[in-house]
Design a protein. Structure first.
Length: 274
């Protein structure tokens, strides 16, 4: 993701009193608006460095979102708002996609191992479902996951735990939070890529009895976070933030999300028919 221009470094007075903005200043404002989703191709044609109709519309939309007077011109209040530190996530997502992303692994081959197993699932069941959950992602984007039980340093540590378990986010007993995962470096800090499952949940690895929480579904959701996806606004996406029963597949929005980070599977490795 590109970094938006930092307006706190541009003297506001200059911009406002010099009798209009320079092409370069307009370009910077356009980049800022584009970065946060206010300027999109579907909203009209943009002339770079020119305060055209598309730019004016984007400015109105921005002002509206921030509760500023909607004038469509870059006034002092608007510039001051743009100069403030803010979250880097987009405000307005592109049409047709509802995913959002946080960070990505800078490599395609990732390793994982288990630090602590569940008291409710066998090791074999757990390992099998974890492998299936990883496959859902590996089949759709250029990532591969290898089980490395004997390695000291793996990318993704997986463990089951109850209550306080050594990170800043204790589990809460049955129901509520089911699990959590840490985003890829640098976002997750030392825990980046790791996934913790709340062992107070009634985990199940079998479909059909309509009981318990489907471990494979939750693992696949968490691994989505561990590869850099945030939640999706698309109902039906695996990354949608509520659990409504087993979902052992990716929805188109999940696929678009992982491919936006890693691209489609590379041709050389998808020959698993051998
Ligand atoms: N755990 C949350 C989750 O993974 C933790 C969390 C909340 C989180 N917001 C986050 C993690 C943003 C990363 C980024 O969503 S949870 C579901 C779902 C949970 C929820 O226990 O609430 C699943 C875990 F989507 F079904 F609601 C797994 Cl599948
Ligand atoms: Zn989640």
């Amino acid at each position: 993701m590109t970094t938006p221009p930092n307006f706190s470094q541009i003297p506001l007075d200059d911009m406002l009193t010099s009798g209009g903005m320079s092409g370069e200043q307009i370009h910077d404002i356009q980049s800022y608006l584009r970065h946060y989703g206010y300027l999109q191709d579907r909203f009209g044609t943009l002339h770079d460095g020119e305060f055209d109709e598309a730019t004016e519309k984007a400015v109105r939309l921005y002002q509206c979102c921030f509760g500023l007077p909607v004038s469509g011109v870059i006034d002092e209040a608007t510039l001051c708002e743009m100069a403030k530190p803010r979250c880097g996530f987009v405000d307005i997502l592109p049409a047709g996609s509802a995913f959002s992303t946080v960070s990505r692994w800078e490599k395609s081959n990732l390793t994982y191992k288990f630090n602590r197993f569940s008291s409710k699932l066998t090791e074999a069941e757990t390992a099998r479902d974890v492998a299936s959950a990883f496959s859902l992602w590996a089949e759709q984007c250029d990532l591969r996951f290898a089980f490395a039980p004997d390695s000291d340093e793996v990318d993704m540590d997986i463990e089951f735990a109850v209550g306080e378990h050594g990170d800043e986010s204790p589990f809460d007993g049955s129901s509520g939070v089911l699990a959590h995962a840490y985003f890829p470096p640098p976002n997750g800090g030392p825990l980046a890529g790791d996934t913790h499952f709340d062992d107070d949940e009634n985990w199940t690895t079998s479909l059909g009895n309509n009981q318990g929480i489907d471990f494979l579904t939750v693992a696949a959701h968490e691994f989505g976070h561990a590869i850099g996806l945030a939640h999706s606004r698309q109902r039906g996406a695996l990354m949608f933030p509520s659990y409504s029963g087993p979902q052992r597949f990716l929805a188109p929005d999940d696929i678009a999300g992982c491919q936006s980070l890693y691209g489609p599977p590379s041709a050389t490795t998808s020959t698993d028919c051998a």
